[in-house]
Design a protein around this ligand. Structure first.
Ligand code: B12
Ligand code: SF4
Length: 444
């Protein structure tokens, strides 16, 4: 039996790094594991929850990487290659920077692993790895994804949540996001029966109050309305408690809201990004600009669905009042879990291209690209103002009075949102105390 190690490197400075509350499993490597041909013993190692021993035996190593974990991934790749073990890298970062990755690994998978990974493994078996593999005709169909094997994660101490996907792709193509380039500009859906089979096969989390929590990782779980209606109707009797990304337009669809509620939706993650219509236009998001967010949020809350609302600071249109305006809105709207990010120019995005042209990217060390560090020169703020404002917004939103005010009124699942708030509060405090390596000392 040959040995395959699949590795997820730690993003060393990320707020969502190794802390307890962020012990979240990685679906990408379960997908790659499921595609591996017979004859291989597969182990998945996640540096967020365990030490990576680069001296261990392996016949092939596969490493995934987001931008903020890419440098760490390269360091691990170097160590295995020094011992003559072939290394293949994949994921969203190396797909946009294959030449960079090839300085550290033998081969790069550009795009989704489906249809490519079995070829890579066979080539590795005969010592004939090519430098890169990519889909010749666009992203692959999702009609025969092999089932994920969650037993690969047994005993790793992850939070009790399973990750499942129903669609990939997004047509909205926001300036700062790489999803449209990476997964394609149209929603591709998995066959309903496949997703249902996967959900029915998930092992329950014994010993936890909520035994059946699922995070749908789709970029918008209600994107394809017809599919979402059928899907939510079918999962209603599975007894799930689920969260997933949705657009705020969900509030306009009473039938969909009811279906979400009946199927066990505890909360939706909504990327509001900004409260300014001008900013919305500038990032090129094709959606309604004049929606009354407070009213929309109320309608979602009325269905017992909580909101994880995400906001980005540092757009060209942001002035120094943006932080207070956003925190104030979050408190008034009683958003259960506010999440703030510093605008970050990820490679492969239009934002990265524009800011490069404007010579405004001031830090090229990927380990800072975790949305908690300023790596650009903002237009109306200094980098220091942006960083301070970002942390201050987090601290204010996770101060106990704000948490109490946001959560007391909430009709959504408290068992889920209250611990999550304390998790974020601890994480923010830890970062602000400078507990994370080099944080607050190294500046772009
Ligand atoms: C779920 C999720 C999370 C989860 C879990 C992350 C995890 N470890 O899996 C949480 C909430 C923790 C998270 C956190 C963050 N996330 Co996130 N997240 C996602 C999301 C919504 C889904 C990821 C997913 O599971 N996709 C489904 C799987 C199957 O797809 P995949 O990961 O791309 O894997 C496929 C291919 O890439 C390839 N592949 C991947 N790895 C490998 C390895 C090998 C060897 C091979 C051959 C192939 C291969 O094959 C896989 C199967 O086809 C994506 C958006 C998206 N649509 O992907 C953002 C996304 C990945 N996140 C992103 C970001 C920025 C972050 C944060 C920095 C956010 C923040 N503000 O803090 C943090 C960083 C976390 C950290 N590492 O410390 C960005 C990444 C951009 C970039 N260039 O790095 C994305 C793309 C969102 C976006 N709109 O831009 N995230
Ligand atoms: S930010 Fe969200 S809506 Fe915009 S392109 Fe990315 S996934 Fe789509």
């Amino acid at each position: 039996m040959k040995r395959l190690l699949l590795i997820s490197p730690l993003a060393p400075r990320s707020l969502l790094g190794a802390d307890f509350y962020y012990r979240i499993p990685c679906l990408s490597l379960l997908r790659v594991a499921a595609l591996t041909p017979p004859g291989w013993e597969v182990r998945v190692l996640d540096e967020k929850v365990e030490r990576i021993d680069c001296e261990q035996d392996a016949d092939l190593v596969g490493i995934t990487a987001m931008t903020c974990s890419a440098n760490r991934g390269y360091a691990i790749a170097d160590r295995f290659r020094q011992r003559g073990i072939p290394v293949v890298m994949g994921g969203i970062h190396v797909s946009s920077r294959p030449e960079e990755a090839l300085g550290h690994c033998d081969s790069v998978v550009i795009g989704e692993a489906e249809q490519l990974w079995p070829r890579v493994v066979h080539a590795a078996e005969t010592g004939q790895l090519e430098r890169s593999y990519r889909h010749a005709h666009g992203p692959p169909p999702l009609d025969s994804l092999p089932q994920t094997d969650w037993s690969l994660y047994r005993g790793k101490g992850y939070l009790p949540v399973h990750f499942v996907e129903t669609t990939r792709g997004c047509p909205l193509d926001c300036e700062f996001c790489a999803v449209t380039t990476f997964f394609g500009g149209r929603y591709r859906s998995r066959p309903l029966e496949d997703v249902l089979a996967e959900l029915r096969g998930l092992p329950p989390f014994d010993g936890f109050v909520m035994k059946n929590v699922v995070f749908f990782v789709d970029d918008n779980i209600v994107s394809n309305r017809a599919y979402a209606r059928a899907f939510l109707t079918r999962i209603a009797d599975l007894g799930l408690r689920w969260v997933g990304h949705a657009s705020v337009n969900l509030a306009d669809d009473p039938e969909m809201l009811k279906l979400c509620q009946r199927s066990g939706c505890m909360g939706v993650l909504i990327g509001f990004e900004t409260l300014s219509a001008e900013t919305m236009r500038s990032i090129g998001r094709k959606c309604r600009l004049r929606m009354d967010y407070l009213d929309a949020i109320q309608r979602i809350h009325d269905h017992g669905i909580g909101i994880d609302g995400s906001f980005v600071f540092g757009f060209d249109t942001d002035d120094d009042g943006v932080f207070d305006r956003t925190v104030d809105f979050v408190t008034r709207a009683k958003i259960e879990v506010p999440y703030y990010s510093v605008l970050t120019p990820y490679p492969g995005t239009r934002l990265h291209d524009r800011l490069s042209r404007e010579n405004r990217i001031v830090n090229h060390d990927w380990s800072f690209y975790d949305t908690s560090h300023v790596v650009i020169r903002p237009q109306q703020l200094t980098p220091e103002q942006l960083e301070e404002g970002y942390f201050q917004a987090f601290r204010e939103s996770y101060a106990k009075p704000s948490m109490a005010s946001r959560l007391q009124a909430s009709t959504s699942c408290r068992q889920f949102f209250v611990p999550m708030n304390f998790g974020f509060r601890d994480g923010i405090e830890a970062v602000c105390r400078g507990r994370f390596i080099g944080h607050r000392v190294e500046r772009p």
